[in-house]
Design a protein around this ligand. Structure first.
Ligand code: B12
Length: 300
């Protein structure tokens, strides 16, 4: 049955797939509680810890969880004019749409052989997707907290399918870690990463670049990207010799944006030009705030 899943995923143009029996993620419950009391939770997460660890609260009939991944690795090089860089996760078409369409195709293919019900999501699940991906053998946790696949690296997006299908065999985790390497920790400009495979979102420039309202100006001034941040992945040795993504939707991309352009654009024009890209969800004003800070920094 695992082979059937692998073959179906190949037909749907999905790079990696794994499946686990649905169980509570109770081993991370204490860490989720710790993050709450130590100001390490981000506003992009479901604040209800039960929903974060209990798959049945998302899909009552769940028996198994399928985890999928597609690569968005590329070797595009930013040029000197790209002051206000977009992170690679925002290149090309919005990955939510791209991966969701692959998942829909996978479900259609699987439905030809078996009847089942399911619920899928990309990024938007209450469940901790990276924890599921690690258990399903998609990759292992890096010290930058990203899931690293030994062949594809960490520039991969994750999606999950909760299903009432039961499998006769399940995937196994990849037993690997970063050893003594701490390049990502040393290179994080805001010291958001800790030695023990943990990240503080409130210090992470990716989070800060997406936060509205009151943000710590000292941290904001260390920002190099107007949306997201890739420093901890760019420096990772596991991303050095990986193949470029075969998913064309992430090609032909704008890699940066400028303050002047945004200042001259209405919100509607912004949506019309950039609405298909992942960064646009944050809206023009926050991106413009970031552009101003970065361009000012480069004048000095
Ligand atoms: C909130 C969120 C963020 C927040 C907070 C990130 C965070 N680390 O929590 C912010 C805005 C900072 C963020 C940034 C990014 N994100 Co984000 N984000 C999410 C979201 C919605 C929830 C993450 C979450 O649950 N955090 C909660 C904590 C508990 O999770 P965690 O930090 O990963 O904690 C784990 C590890 O620390 C590990 N751990 C803890 N202790 C120990 C000890 C040992 C020994 C080991 C081995 C492991 C270990 O276990 C913990 C629990 O699993 C997920 C989608 C989802 N629904 O899950 C996407 C997701 C995690 N993000 C993703 C991406 C692509 C990014 C960015 C690369 C985007 C960018 N270019 O800026 C950056 C990467 C920054 C980084 N180094 O993590 C991908 C990750 C893909 C991958 N390969 O791992 C996801 C899965 C979205 C997707 N569907 O593809 N993100």
């Amino acid at each position: 049955m695992l082979n059937w899943l692998y073959e179906s995923s190949k037909k749907a143009n999905i790079d990696k797939i794994g499946v686990i029996e649905s169980k509570s993620l109770e081993s991370i419950e204490d860490y989720l509680k710790y993050r709450k009391t130590h100001d390490m939770e981000s506003s992009f997460e479901d604040a209800d810890i039960n929903r974060r660890i209990n798959p049945q609260l998302s899909f009552e009939d769940v028996k198994s969880i399928i985890v999928v991944a597609i690569s968005y690795a590329n070797d595009y090089v930013y040029n000197a004019n790209d002051l206000c860089k977009l992170s690679r996760s925002s290149f090309g078409s919005d990955y939510h749409n791209v991966l969701e369409s692959r998942i829909k195709e996978l479900i259609d293919i699987m439905h030809k052989d078996r009847s089942f019900s399911c619920q899928y999501s990309v990024d938007k699940s209450s469940l901790v997707e990276r924890e599921l991906a690690s258990r399903a053998g998609i990759g292992y946790f890096g010290k930058n907290t990203n899931i690293i696949n030994p062949e594809l690296g960490s520039f991969i997006f994750l999606g999950i399918i909760l299903t009432d299908l039961e499998f006769n065999k399940y995937s196994k985790p990849i037993e690997k870690d970063c050893g003594s390497c701490r390049i990502c920790i040393d290179n994080c400009p805001t010291k958001a990463l800790y030695d023990d495979y943990k990240l503080n979102p409130n210090r992470c420039l990716s989070y800060i670049s997406q936060s509205k309202g009151d943000v710590d100006l000292d941290l904001l001034n260390k920002m190099d990207y107007v949306y997201g941040c890739d420093i901890c992945q760019e420096v990772c040795p596991m991303n050095k010799s990986v193949k470029n993504s075969k998913h064309q939707e992430f090609n032909d991309t704008v890699m940066s944006i400028s303050k002047n352009e945004l200042e001259e654009m209405s919100n509607r024009e912004f949506k019309a030009k950039y609405g298909h890209m992942a960064f646009s969800w944050r809206g023009k004003n926050t991106i413009l705030r970031n552009c101003k800070i970065i361009e000012e920094k480069h004048k000095k």
